[in-house]
Design a protein around this ligand. Structure first.
Ligand code: PTJ
Length: 253
């Protein structure tokens, strides 16, 4: 479909078209489109910008990845479709491994997403051969790799489902989420919750990783000072204030 650049929602429409094409190619699951729509709704409530609290969480997330012994970035179909290249750059900037983990798993789709992500990132990823199991999940979604997710101390989980996020925390991993829903189980399970749109969040995290990589003292200090629950509470207040303001503006008309 041809979308006019003048359309006020041009970017959103182009992304939707891309996601739909990715479903046809088999990289994104059909329910991935529903997940994307949920993300869009929350992004709308946040003004489609990186709010200051998200910006802070992105800095802290970069610091946590840099200070990890064995950082891993897990990538699913939606994350791959929206930000595969940038996630590869973030992996390079932080020394993280990349592992493909799918909610709607089939051997064929796993292979397909691995191929796609490797091509986009220009690097090898883990996940083709899943030789380990994440305890606490009763399905194929528990499968992972011993070299990657199972061995990780810090895991970045963009657009992840709540069961797997909670299982990772139970397994003793420090979890960084990227999820626009400030009340999702994934966000609530995370040690550092990035409530921002993935295509904005990841480039910000790369910038911070490059800066903090040269300033280890600052990385340690931002991690120590960060209060995830307070940060999340401020984001929820921001949504409420925005809605109140919108209601007041309407009643004044
Ligand atoms: O590719 P698969 O099979 O592994 O499946 C991937 C999905 C995303 C379908 C699967 O993990 C899933 O069902 O996830 P959930 O439980 O719907 O959670 C996805 C979360 O990501 C939701 O809370 C959305 O609000 C959020 N989200 C969606 N799009 C974005 C987003 N957050 C940030 N940026 C986005 N673009």
């Amino acid at each position: 479909m041809k979308i006019s650049k003048d359309h006020p929602r041009y970017r959103s429409l182009v992304t939707r078209e891309r996601m739909a094409a990715m479903v046809e190619e088999g990289n994104v699951s059909t329910t991935g489109l529903i997940a994307h729509g949920r993300g869009e709704a929350f992004d709308y409530l946040l003004g489609e910008i990186t709010v200051p609290e998200a910006g802070l969480a992105e800095k802290v997330a970069a610091a946590l990845l840099l200070r990890a012994k064995h950082p891993v970035i897990t990538v699913n179909g939606n994350a791959a479709a929206l930000a595969a290249r940038e996630l590869g750059d973030l992996a390079r900037a932080t020394g993280a491994l990349v592992e493909i983990n799918l909610f709607h798993r089939s051997e064929e789709r796993l292979r397909k997403v691995c191929d796609f992500v490797e091509k986009e990132m220009g690097m090898k990823v883990l996940g083709r051969e899943q030789d380990a199991v994440l305890e606490g999940i009763a399905s194929d979604r528990a499968r992972c790799t011993s070299q990657g997710l199972l061995a990780a101390d810090v895991v970045l989980i963009p657009l992840e489902d709540g069961d797997r996020a909670e299982a990772m925390v139970k397994a003793g991993k420090k979890v960084i989420s990227i999820d626009l829903n400030p009340r999702s189980r994934t966000t609530l399970a995370a040690e550092v919750a990035v409530v921002d749109e993935i295509t904005r969040a990841v480039p910000n995290m790369i910038t911070w990783a490059e800066r903090l990589g040269e300033r280890p003292e600052e990385a340690r200090a931002v991690l120590e000072a960060f209060r995830n629950q307070d940060n999340l509470a401020a984001i929820m207040r921001r949504i409420c204030v925005g809605l109140d303001q919108g209601a007041a503006d309407r009643s004044e008309r």
